[in-house]
Design a binder for this molecule. Structure first.
Ligand SMILES: [Zn+2]
Length: 117
């Protein structure tokens, strides 16, 4: 499962960050992990949430809440500027149907915030 390995990476990355942010080298437990997830990232939020408890077990993020911020796909239409995409119609302007190859939001898959104890 694709999301399981991504959940593992996020748990490891969160643990690394928690260590970096503890000056005495003994990081507290991670309470919450915030993730930004774009609609074009090919990661399913529900699957990521499902994979999270097992992926975070044994790391500093064990038991932490996973908070997923889902970002809609947004692109630049040559006529209309920034528009929200309707992904059922592909990468096209929802107003005039012109192709919108310039994506400005929706490909995110990143660690955003960490809440430490
Ligand atoms: Zn347009």
């Amino acid at each position: 499962m694709h999301e399981a390995s991504i959940a593992n990476e996020l748990a490891n990355l969160a643990s690394q960050q928690a260590r970096l942010h503890s000056p005495d080298g003994t990081p507290g437990r991670i309470v919450a992990v915030g993730v930004r997830l774009g609609a074009l990232s090919s990661v399913v939020a529900e699957a990521l949430e499902f994979a999270w408890p097992a992926a975070s077990a044994g790391t500093l993020a064990a038991g932490a809440r996973l908070v997923i911020e889902q970002l809609p796909a947004q692109a630049i239409c040559p006529s209309h500027g920034p528009v929200l995409l309707d992904l059922r119609r592909g990468l096209r302007c929802p107003i005039c149907d012109r192709p919108t190859p310039e994506i400005i939001q929706g490909e995110e898959l990143e660690l955003d915030t960490l809440e430490l104890e």
